[in-house]
Design a protein around this ligand. Structure first.
Ligand code: SF4
Length: 210
């Protein structure tokens, strides 16, 4: 069974696939924060603003494989796009729950299957697109993929060393806290001087969509 916080259709607001219409499947739970606001200052991600706790979001619930595939199909069908079907498995930390059966079943339904993970769980599952956004160097196991995304500014990772890893694209994403504006400028300045880092802005937050 899969515990799902929410399933919704939107556009991908960040990273390489920005602008693409997508079904997002947000898995419940994360191994870097328990989701309680009162505990966030002590969590690895003290900036996290994602609600991944429980199963009470839009289309949330506890699903078996068949039910989940059907639901994702229904959510996509409400789209009129001609673009290839894209599903992004996210969280929380999706790799706490995602398995090969789910990914293969989605591919059989002609979905391109992308995952967004904090990289703390090794996986041999063949996704069509893997975005790794590590938050803790000591717990970072999945060190390859399509897209590496680092929240900026930060002092945990050596950005010069990271670009030798096996990723196609390298993104810096401004930290969205009370210094957001400053962080955006710092991110742009760093990327101007340090290729192949490229800024990734959270478009969905800027234009106010999910
Ligand atoms: S890994 Fe991602 S979802 Fe989990 S607490 Fe950190 S930022 Fe939030």
């Amino acid at each position: 069974m899969y515990k799902i916080k929410e399933i919704f259709r939107s556009i991908q607001g960040e990273g390489y696939n920005i602008g693409k219409e997508t079904v997002f499947v947000r898995f419940s739970g994360c191994n870097f924060w328990n989701g309680n606001i009162n505990d966030r200052t002590n969590a690895i991600c003290d900036f996290c603003d994602t609600d991944f706790k429980g199963v009470d979001g839009k289309n949330g619930g506890v699903y078996n494989l068949k039910e989940l595939i059907e639901k994702i199909g229904i959510v996509w069908e409400s789209s009129f796009t001609l673009q290839k079907k894209l599903v992004i498995l996210t969280g929380g930390e999706p790799l706490l729950q995602v398995d090969e059966n789910l990914v293969n079943s989605l591919k059989e339904k002609k979905f391109l299957v992308a995952v967004e993970t904090n990289g703390s769980i090794e996986s041999k599952i063949k996704f069509d697109w893997t975005c790794v956004s590590p938050k803790d160097p000591k717990r970072w196991l999945l060190r390859r993929g399509d897209e590496l995304k680092i929240v900026y500014p930060q002092n945990k990772f050596n950005l010069h060393e990271l670009i030798s890893l096996d990723f196609k694209y390298f993104f810096l994403q401004p930290k969205y806290n009370h210094l957001k504006k400053l962080n955006v400028n710092k991110t742009i300045d760093y990327c101007k001087l340090n290729k192949p880092w490229f800024p990734s802005f959270q478009l969905h937050k800027t234009i106010g969509i999910m």
